[in-house]
Design a protein around this ligand. Structure first.
Ligand SMILES: Cc1cc2nc3c(=O)[nH]c(=O)nc-3n(C[C@H](O)[C@H](O)[C@H](O)COP(=O)(O)OP(=O)(O)OC[C@H]3O[C@@H](n4cnc5c(N)ncnc54)[C@H](O)[C@@H]3O)c2cc1C
Length: 493
């Protein structure tokens, strides 16, 4: 039987991880609907109409900043790095709290969805020009169209709370099981299928459309996109968010639902040194993605036409998948759209600024990856058909390689939290679980009125440990069987 997600489930950990002891989090689960009352005779009265009240507040300016309610000078808060002073909000939490979520990937979206289930309003900010989803990226090239998932390829389910959610997506027709053959492809063309595998799921029309549909049935979630939050400032008991100087709203609580350089920059002067330190400890791999469309079927010889393979023994390629087969929509004479990913080692070796890839690097990497595909398939040199369309992309901050092994991080004094895949692992499932966990934790914190903030601190001091798994994520139960147990197929020409 499926269990529902409650904050009592903070010990939730993906199967392959051996987490440190879960941090003590007080306040066990309460009924789903949240009644937000702030009660404390010693505390100032809760704000009755926060939005009206907020409108009355002046915006932070260089003149009035020094008089902020948490009693520290703006100058000292803005001091970069970890010498920054900790923000301590003492104002009571509003009776109609607003949560600002910075990042609309799986973690941020599920955080918003789960806050809504607990009756809490939120706004999701995301940089995506074409849609939400972050590393759930799908590229559609018209007019044919050619369709490629260019980051997350599929996901598995090992946690019943995530399973319950996925069942709902299956019923709504947002995802379906990907039953195509996948396995390991050894250099030279030897393919070893995963004979038993947990169910694998894909977005029916790709990962991005799935992300874009997740908030479709919400009423308490506002989405602002494309929007790059460049500053978060604590002022008069609220977090003020802005995009290159343009105010983007005031929030009782903020959530950083992204990682990497951008998050480090945002947190560097936020007044959240503990959160900033944990974020700074995160290490990420870099992976090249090559999307390639071929007029004809790739020459995979042998009895098995696999649809996805973890490639072994080739430096420049770690994964290849046939999107045309995965999406079931293509006809037999349609082109084949393949996604190829490099290894993390190759990504590191050929790392350049992802926004500005030098032409020479792009050419070198593209050639190297196509040669890698040729070698993996055991084709003779130069015999791989030329793709008629290619697109190369570098995921400079691709997947986490270490983790604190906690579902979420929350700083109750600073009223700020973090969710994301890296807190639990490196997969869509871990991102989803993290977002759900943080939402429930925040709902409990709000329900408490914030009178004993120290009880709600979580993940601020956990040590990190290395993450294991495939180069593109952790998929519990998806490991190769011992070779002698399983069938192998020779694919060489
Ligand atoms: C090449 C590759 C292949 C992968 N394959 C798989 C796979 O097959 N299966 C699987 O389960 N997982 C896979 N993963 C991992 C999976 O994609 C991630 O674990 C998951 O998508 C992470 O979700 P997230 O919400 O934590 O972060 P993200 O998806 O990174 O979302 C963060 C969002 O925040 C936005 N953002 C950043 N800064 C700001 C800002 N200042 N203001 C506003 N918005 C901002 C970003 O644009 C982004 O949309 C893969 C990842 C990569 C890179």
């Amino acid at each position: 039987m499926m269990t529902t997600l409650t904050s009592s489930s903070f010990s939730l950990i993906l199967q392959p991880l051996k987490p440190p002891k879960p941090s003590k989090i007080s306040r066990l689960s309460k009924p789903k609907t949240l009644t937000l009352t702030v009660k404390s005779s010693s505390e100032p009265k809760p704000i009755k109409n926060p939005s009206k009240n907020a409108q009355k507040q002046k915006q932070p300016t260089s003149r009035n900043r020094r008089r902020s309610s948490y009693g520290t000078s703006r100058r000292s808060i803005l001091k970069k790095t970890f010498s920054q002073e900790q923000v301590k909000f003492t104002a009571p939490i509003s009776s109609d709290p607003q949560v600002g979520i910075i990042g609309g990937g799986m973690a941020g979206l599920l955080c918003a969805l789960s806050l809504e289930k607990r009756g809490v309003k939120s706004t999701v900010f995301d940089t995506g020009i074409h849609g939400l989803g972050g590393r759930m990226g799908t590229r559609i090239i018209d007019p044919q169209p050619l369709v490629f998932d260019h980051a997350a390829q599929f996901f598995t389910v090992s946690d019943s709370r995530f399973g319950q959610l996925v069942n709902g997506w299956l019923k709504r027709g947002l995802v379906r099981e990907w039953q195509g053959m996948i396995g390991e492809l050894e250099v030279g063309g030897q393919f070893v299928p995963f004979l038993s595998s947990p169910p694998r799921y894909v977005g029916v029309n790709g990962m991005r459309p799935l992300a874009d549909s997740l908030l479709a049935q919400t009423s308490l979630v506002n989405v602002v996109r494309p929007c790059w939050i460049s500053k978060v400032e604590p002022f008069n008991g609220m977090w003020h968010l802005s995009e290159n100087g343009k105010p983007r709203g005031e929030f009782d609580i903020i959530i950083i639902a992204h990682n990497g350089k951008c998050a480090n920059r945002l947190l560097g002067s936020s007044g959240l040194p503990l959160i900033a330190r944990q974020m700074k400890r995160l290490e990420l791999s870099s992976i090249w993605a090559l999307l390639a469309a071929f007029e004809d079927t790739l020459p995979i010889r042998g009895p098995v036409q696999f649809e996805g393979a973890f490639v072994k023994g080739v430096d420049s390629v770690s994964w290849m998948a046939n999107n045309s087969k995965k999406f079931l929509s293509s006809q037999s004479n349609d082109p084949e759209c393949w996604t190829f990913f490099s290894t993390a080692a190759y990504g590191k070796q050929n790392k350049v600024p992802q926004e500005n890839i030098p032409t020479a690097t792009a050419e070198k990497v593209k050639t190297g990856m196509l040669e890698g595909v040729e070698a993996a398939l055991g084709l003779s040199k130069g015999s791989l058909p030329r793709p008629f369309y290619t697109k190369l992309q570098l995921w400079g901050a691709a997947l986490p390689i270490n983790t604190p092994g906690v579902p979420c991080i929350f700083d109750p004094h600073g009223r700020a939290g973090i969710c994301g895949d890296w807190l639990l692992g490196s997969s869509l499932e871990s991102a989803a679980l993290s977002g759900m966990a943080l939402a429930n934790h925040i709902a409990e914190y709000l329900q408490s009125g914030g009178v004993h903030p120290e009880e709600f601190a979580v993940g601020l001091h956990n040590e990190f440990r290395p993450l294991e798994g495939h180069e593109i994520g952790q998929f519990p139960g998806l490991e190769t069987k011992e070779k002698e147990e399983s069938q192998t197929y020779q694919l060489t020409t």
